[in-house]
Design a protein around this ligand. Structure first.
Ligand SMILES: Nc1nc2c(ncn2[C@@H]2O[C@H](COP(=O)(O)OP(=O)(O)O)[C@@H](O)[C@H]2O)c(=O)[nH]1
Ligand SMILES: [Mg+2]
Length: 440
């Protein structure tokens, strides 16, 4: 997801390493690169032009001051404008479903409505179970257009442990009203209505949707768009939006080769924020779409928030707290660095985690490189293990003789020690940037 974008953006920032490198010429060359990158991601041209203009205005006349390095300056300008483009800070808080609520899913056939409905129901249950609660959820499909569509939802409902309502009526509007009435009578906290799609936007579909919405007056209407089809999905969205006045958009299929264009342009073209994104076919492959975090990922700052959330179930609370503290201080010790490496190995493969790690998210990797990475991680842990407590604070100067001693003690080479110290230094830089981000 956003993989090639991240790769290109990281490359871009590495150009601005010295204070004198932020010249108007270098900036405009970099902006040309941004333009190509975004065009490849299938972001509409007008949106790109506007974005670049804004970044250039932000950067014009900026002086390199204090500890802000040139790359950070460019990064900050690009980051802040990406956040704005993705929907701004207002939608960064997440989304909580009011009780009771009626939720209507809308979108083209195959966009992912039914799957996403199940994912949402699952997410609500999961959130509630964290507080030892269970929600009463009813789901109903009024898709009489595609055979087996209703059975699909019925099966998914069983999978996620919510109730399925089979309506008597076969008219979509009447069936939706029936389900909502049943939900009210039986004190369901959330009632989901899955609607039919079509291969293309057509008047019959929009008429049917508009009828359902008028009748059941949903608390939330989500427009599900296929993230894989890039800006084409936005034309669909505009046609729907004229009729349904959605609460927000859910971008499905943002895993795999999604080019990300839809995510970039959705807010500016459809004027509705993206609220969730689907990242796979399983019921827990749904994430909040948080502009701040996604911008971090795109520009190569990783997404430690999401990583930490993923880690919550698997990693000791005390370790998590230590790392959080280190991040808040904006200073890592080598001990923290080793802990970070440990956390990573307990979470899964390197490749699946890289996108979350500051400074690593843009790396191009093949399996040989990944193996090398895994080996490197092991070596790094061994090296840190062979250091004295003082050396582990990261503040002691690791002289040549110390490098030799540590290498000998850990079965590595002095070059490995140098590499570790370089990686550690890079990680420090990113932590400093993260610390300056107000939301971290
Ligand atoms: N990879 C991936 N596949 C998805 C995602 N969301 C939905 N799908 C798949 O897309 C196909 C169509 O989904 P479905 O929910 O039936 O679409 P609907 O016609 O809008 O109800 C199914 O094969 C889903 O498994 C996603 O986030 N990632
Ligand atoms: Mg469906």
């Amino acid at each position: 997801m956003f993989g090639s974008l991240t790769e290109k953006f990281s490359e871009l920032f590495s150009r601005f390493t010295t204070p004198s490198s932020v010249t108007p010429k270098a900036v405009s060359e970099a902006m040309e690169m941004v333009k190509t990158t975004l065009l490849e991601a299938d972001v509409p041209y007008d949106v790109i032009e506007h974005f670049i203009q804004q970044v250039q205005i932000d950067l014009a006349g900026k002086k390199i001051s204090g500890s802000l390095k040139p790359a950070e300056l460019v990064m900050k300008a690009v980051h802040d404008r990406i956040v704005e483009l993705l929907g701004g800070k207002q939608s960064a808080k997440g989304f909580s479903f009011q009780i009771p609520s009626v939720i209507v899913m809308a979108g083209l056939q195959g966009s992912g409505k039914t799957t996403t409905l199940a994912k949402l129901a699952y997410m609500i249950q999961k959130e509630a179970s964290k507080r030892n609660k269970k929600r009463k959820i009813l789901v109903c499909s009024v898709d009489y257009y595609r055979p087996a569509a209703r059975e699909q939802l019925e099966i998914l409902a069983k999978t996620v442990g919510v109730d399925y309502y089979a309506a008597q009526s076969t008219d979509p509007v009447a069936a939706a009203a029936e389900a909502v009435l049943y939900a009210q009578k039986n004190h369901y906290e959330h009632c989901f209505i899955d609607t039919a799609g079509r291969l293309h936007v057509d008047q019959e579909l929009l008429g049917e949707l508009s009828g359902i919405i008028k009748r059941v007056k949903p608390t939330y209407t989500f427009l599900v768009l296929d993230g894989m089809i890039g800006q084409e999905s936005l034309r669909v969205a505009q046609a729907f939006e004229a009729i349904i006045n959605a609460t927000g958009v859910i971008l499905s299929k943002m895993d795999g080769d999604s080019r990300g264009g839809a995510a970039f342009a959705c807010y500016s073209l459809v004027k509705k924020p993206v609220i969730f994104m689907g990242t796979g076919e399983k019921v827990d492959d749904l994430e909040y779409f948080n502009p701040e975090r996604i911008a971090n990922r795109i520009i190569g700052l990783g997404d430690m928030h999401t990583l930490i959330e993923k880690a919550e179930e698997k990693i000791k609370l005390s370790d998590q707290e230590d790392l959080q503290k280190a991040f808040l201080k904006g200073k890592l010790t080598l001990q923290d660095f080793a802990k970070q490496l440990d956390m990573m190995s307990s979470l899964g493969s390197l490749s699946s985690l890289m996108k979350y790690i500051p400074g690593m998210s843009g790396m191009k990797v093949d399996s040989a490189q990944l193996e090398k990475g895994e080996r490197e991680m092991k070596k790094f842990k061994a090296i840190i293990g062979s250091m004295t407590p003082k050396e582990r604070t990261g503040r002691a100067i690791i002289t040549e003789s110390r490098r030799k001693r540590v290498a000998l003690g850990s079965g590595t080479t002095p070059q490995d020690v140098i590499l570790l110290l370089e990686r550690f230094e890079q990680s420090q830089q990113f932590v400093k940037i993260l610390k300056r981000r107000p939301n971290f």
